[in-house]
Design a protein around this ligand. Sequence first.
Ligand SMILES: Cc1cc2nc3c(=O)[nH]c(=O)nc-3n(C[C@H](O)[C@H](O)[C@H](O)COP(=O)(O)O)c2cc1C
Length: 372
Amino acid sequence: MGNTSRRKIEQLQICAEKGVEVGANCFADVKLVHVALPEIDKDEIELKTEFLGFSFNYPIMIASMTGGHPATKRINEVLAEAAETLGVGMGVGSQRAALESTEQVDSFRVVRDVAPDSFIYANIGAPQLKEYGIEGVERVIEMIGADAVAIHLNFLQEAIQPEGNVDARGCLDAIKEVCEAIKKPVIVKETGAGISYAMAKKLNEVGVSAIDVGGLCGTSLAAAEIYRAKAEGDALGEHLGHLFSWDWGITTVESIMECSALPFPIPVIATGGIRNGIDVAKSMALGADLCSAALPFLKPAMENNGGKGSTDKVIEKIKEMGEELKVAMFLTGCKTTVALKEAEVIVTGETREIMKQRGFFDRVKRKKRKIL
Ligand SMILES: Cc1cc2nc3c(=O)[nH]c(=O)nc-3n(C[C@H](O)[C@H](O)[C@H](O)COP(=O)(O)O)c2cc1C
């Protein structure tokens, strides 16, 4: 087993078993304004959402997590079965391990085998673009018959790993080349530290199709490094993990607002700390086009569920989030997810202060009149 494969299974186990979530909830600074007379029939609320020309039954995707180790195949299979049953999208975890060794391909390919009709996105890290080039991107797409490819940015995590890839030179140019050469949509996704307005602007300029904000909130993959460092007796890694895991980065809420303030809009996926349907509604009211979550689906996907299989548990979780979203939509008078974009929303506290200081509050306000 290669190092990449070993790291992926360790990360998965740590995320499933240990505390890796950031304590502060950025969504606490956001409030949707209650509409006492919604004037719609709750039973007619439609969760169907269009994104990048694809249609989803829920505006909630299963974010990239796994693959790359034989033990992860079953988890990907469960997640993909749930995605196919409900008509939601799904991303696979970084396919680096399968680029390094064809033995790991199976744990990714299973996703397309059980979800032939779902929107599935491939996944490769920005540093790997320089190593494997366009041919590598073509391989990860072909491996799972992907509808899109996500290029993940995880320099926070890399910077605190002793073996991390910290040569970040030339990544933007490499992303540009991918956008020019690859016919499928290219999503750039952060993995816990968020994407700023300036970064979103650069990514938009090089031809990226969508941004997944991957903000600070919810899972901190840097926190997973604390546990790995501890197990390996790496005192510096442990120290860096503690220092950078819990409040470094742009929160999911800030990042949604910054990315959706671009003069030329780019589709935005809200990820990082989405834990229920209200978080989904808030994200979309702030400007996101779609939401995704990882950790909330990992635990049910790994459950034994009395031998009945854990697919039901993942389906239950997504349906629950859908029902919560419907209540939030009803109480804001929104019949469709597109209407949510016009819902009145209040931003308070530290988030408001930061957005004002950075000059984004007024910019967002100009685009979205109903932000208070
Ligand atoms: C166990 C685990 C593994 C992950 N692996 C990847 C990965 O390989 N590639 C990637 O782009 N994101 C990866 N992520 C990040 C998620 O896609 C997501 O951005 C992050 O977990 C925040 O969402 P959450 O708070 O809902 O978990 C992983 C997350 C978890 C929990």
